[in-house]
Design a protein around this ligand. Structure first.
Ligand SMILES: Nc1ncnc2c1ncn2[C@@H]1O[C@H](COP(=O)(O)OP(=O)(O)OP(=O)(O)O)[C@@H](O)[C@H]1O
Ligand SMILES: [Mg+2]
Length: 364
């Protein structure tokens, strides 16, 4: 945790500081670095419906940039436009200075793309999946083997190279696809929800692997996710998108700092009074209160310890038992609520009310 905090502190200062306190030369987010991805007032319409609605941002070389948003926010549509798969309705996109609409071939040579759906061939071995891609991208024969060896090592699949892909777990298959997407040495890497559907252990393995890869190959990464913790941990900067629009963009630290209140108290009461939400609001330093049902409240405050004391005193005086209570720092969840007025996890629960069963052979 201490390690994580020092990294984040360094991000706000705009300078990277190693955990031992040494100042590193390269800033984590360098506004003066050349632009790798430029999105300028991009719109995508399907009929009258704007799936992406006037979105603009720039990703600098070497950044890990996150697009964070609920289902249907327009994340995949934006990636599909920027990777030349679907036409842009209006606005412009550039990859390392090349216009996406006018120079699609130049763009395709510079990018690697991992689409949201799994696309590796189940009947081929790990190595065969890699080498077909290498041939497809015209990687010279003498470089192919070296590139495949290096990538399988990076994603920790060396000992699975002769295994049939259908015998891999979902997480391993994702790692194979990430390795495959890098076999032609792209400079800019698009990953669409690489960890959705993975168990927590596999998700962490994919995060670690991406950090590893970024250190080995000087890559710019644009990644979409709806996992707040993932965006927070992985990304140098995050754009929050909702209903096709960009609602906030900054470093994870700055986004969290932009939400009024520095602590979140999650508290559950037994049979609170009807006006309990308003009464919580009246406590000192409280900036917002959300009733989450079943006596559960999420209270944002500028002073966690003082509000906790006052809140417990209020409950004792009113004879309302406190069933549970936790105090945390603000998270990106709170940032999402602040900018959209909704909880991201509610949006996801709605969308995942029905989940398709996994195909056999893909179980972790
Ligand atoms: N080909 C299409 N025709 C019509 N509507 C589309 C098409 N593709 C996407 N949409 C709509 O555009 C919106 C954005 O979809 P998109 O797939 O980009 O969202 P997303 O942010 O990637 O969501 P998810 O997290 O579910 O992958 C959705 O409302 C979707 O239904
Ligand atoms: Mg998507």
């Amino acid at each position: 945790m201490a390690e994580r905090d020092s990294k984040l502190d360094a991000r706000t200062a705009g300078t990277a500081v190693a955990t031992n306190g040494t100042v590193l030369e390269k800033p984590v987010y360098d506004p003066n670095a050349p632009s790798a991805i430029e999105v300028e007032h991009i719109v995508k319409k399907f009929g009258d419906f704007a799936a992406v609605d006037d979105v603009s941002f720039t990703v600098k070389e070497g950044e890990i940039f996150g697009l964070l948003g609920p289902n249907g926010a327009g994340k995949s549509t934006l990636i599909r436009m920027m990777t030349t798969l679907i036409p842009i309705t209006s606005g412009a996109g550039r990859i390392a200075g090349h216009d996406v609409a006018r120079e699609p071939n130049a763009v395709r040579r510079l990018i690697g793309v991992i689409p949201q759906a799994l696309t590796s061939d189940l009947d081929l071995t790990v190595e065969e999946n890699m080498s077909i891609y290498a041939k497809l991208y015209d990687v010279p024969a003498k470089d192919r083997e070296k590139s495949i060896d290096e990538l399988l090592e990076l994603v920790d699949l060396t000992k699975w190279r002769d295994a049939q892909t259908k015998t891999l777990s979902g997480g391993m298959r994702r790692r194979l696809e990430i390795a495959r997407g890098l076999v032609h040495h792209p400079r800019i890497f698009f990953l669409d929800e690489p960890t959705t559907g993975l168990d927590p252990v596999s998700r962490v393995a994919v995060w670690e692997m991406l950090g590893n890869i970024k250190e080995h190959r000087r890559l710019t990464i644009l990644i979409t996710t709806h996992y707040m913790d993932e965006a927070d941990r992985l990304c140098d900067r995050i754009a929050i998108v909702d209903h096709g629009k960009l609602v906030a963009l900054d470093t994870p630290m700055a986004l969290k700092a932009s939400v009024p209140g520095s602590n979140v108290i999650e508290v559950q009461f037994e049979n609170p009074a009807a006006d309990w939400e308003q009464r919580l609001h009246m406590l000192d330093d409280v900036t917002s209160v959300q009733h989450e049902g079943a006596g559960m409240y999420r209270v944002l405050t500028g002073n966690g310890s003082r509000t906790t004391t006052e809140l417990v005193e209020m409950a004792v005086t009113a004879g309302v038992p406190v069933k549970s209570l936790s105090v945390q720092n603000t998270t990106l969840d709170d940032v999402f609520v602040h900018y959209t007025g909704r909880q991201l996890r509610d949006e996801l629960q709605k969308a995942y009310g029905f989940v398709m069963p996994q195909r056999p052979g893909l179980q972790p």
